[in-house]
Design a protein around this ligand. Structure first.
Ligand code: CP
Ligand code: NVA
Length: 306
């Protein structure tokens, strides 16, 4: 059966560990300028319904470094489901490319794309999940803290796609996670239930609260994301109000461990979910995190294609 990555739940904890190990190895090879053309002659098709800086550049650069090639398909190029049905796009792409990455609005559509694709499909963000981000985040945390098991992550803000993938990823690998969201903006119940089921097996703890201070108490990692995700622009005004007490700032950081790290998937809206002094300050690891998108995704591509 073809293996896809649509959600973190598609991976076991040992598969996650193997990808992180491979990513660390590929990162070292790149730093030493050692050739690692493991995907020579392979092509990645990239479907984008939403904008992107990191996802596009890291997948495209990563494929080039691996000796392969990536094709960028902009929203207007294929008009997924409008110019051509989702199954037909999947059937066509499967005849030409070796792997597909898609950034879409509806998660159901990427599930449909994968169902009709005979090559692996990677989720480059949907409204529900962002697993490539979580792989990069786990790599970053492991680099800075030397382990994943037993650490505490505090998520501050919206229970969104990045939060969902982090909840699943952390609980698979044994990292405790405390999520602080305003009422009405919690992660979906089925994701929380899945995370709790993962946690039961891995020994991780899952906490949901409306209090950011409670979430950061003793945390090793503080993580935040935009208050208005792509596609939610019409809700901007009410969201600004709902999240105003959920800013990651110097005051909030005081409750975390003194050596805590601050993460953000980026793009950041400085002055909203995070202050300049924090994102530019000594605890911030956001640029390493962005760099690691490339290393983690290269490892994922290698694991799916070799
Ligand atoms: N974090 C992330 O996915 O960034 P882009 O939206 O720029 O790809
Ligand atoms: N939650 C954000 C993440 C961007 C990488 C969004 O979906 O817009």
């Amino acid at each position: 059966m073809v293996k896809h990555l649509l959600s973190m739940q598609d991976l076991s904890s040992s598969e996650i560990k193997a990808i992180l190990d491979e990513a660390a190895g590929l990162k070292e090879k790149l730093q030493k300028r050692e050739s690692h053309e493991l995907l020579k002659g392979k092509t990645l098709g990239m479907i984008f319904e939403k904008p992107s800086l990191r996802t596009r550049v890291t997948f495209e650069t990563g494929m080039t470094q691996l000796g392969g090639h990536a094709i960028y398909l902009a929203p207007a190029d294929i008009q997924l489901g409008e110019r051509e049905s989702v199954p037909d796009v999947a059937r066509n792409l499967s005849r030409w490319v070796d792997v597909v990455m898609a950034r879409l609005f509806k998660h159901d559509i990427i599930v449909e794309l994968a169902r009709y694709s005979s090559v692996p499909v990677i989720n480059g963000l949907t409204n529900l999940h962002h697993p490539c981000q979580t792989l990069s985040d786990l790599l970053t945390i492991r680099e800075h803290k030397g382990k994943l098991n037993g650490l505490k992550i505090a998520w501050i803000g919206d229970g969104n796609n990045v939060c969902n993938s982090l909840l699943l990823g952390c609980t698979l690998v044994g990292t405790n996670i405390s999520v602080a969201c305003p009422r009405g903006y919690e992660p979906p119940a089925d994701i929380v239930n899945q995370a709790r089921a993962n946690a039961k097996k891995s020994g991780a703890k899952v906490e949901l609260t409306t209090d950011p201070k409670k979430a950061v108490d003793g945390a090793d990692v503080i993580y935040t994301d935009v208050w208005v995700s792509m596609g939610q622009e019409k809700e901007a005004r009410e969201r600004m109000k709902a999240f105003k007490d959920y800013q990651v700032n110097a005051q909030l950081l005081k409750g975390a461990k003194p050596d805590s790290i601050v993460m953000h998937c980026l793009p950041a809206h400085r002055g909203q979910e995070i202050t300049d002094d924090v994102i530019d300050g000594p605890h911030s690891v956001v640029w390493n995190q962005a760099e690691n998108r490339m290393h983690a995704q290269k490892a994922l591509l290698v694991s799916l294609l070799t």
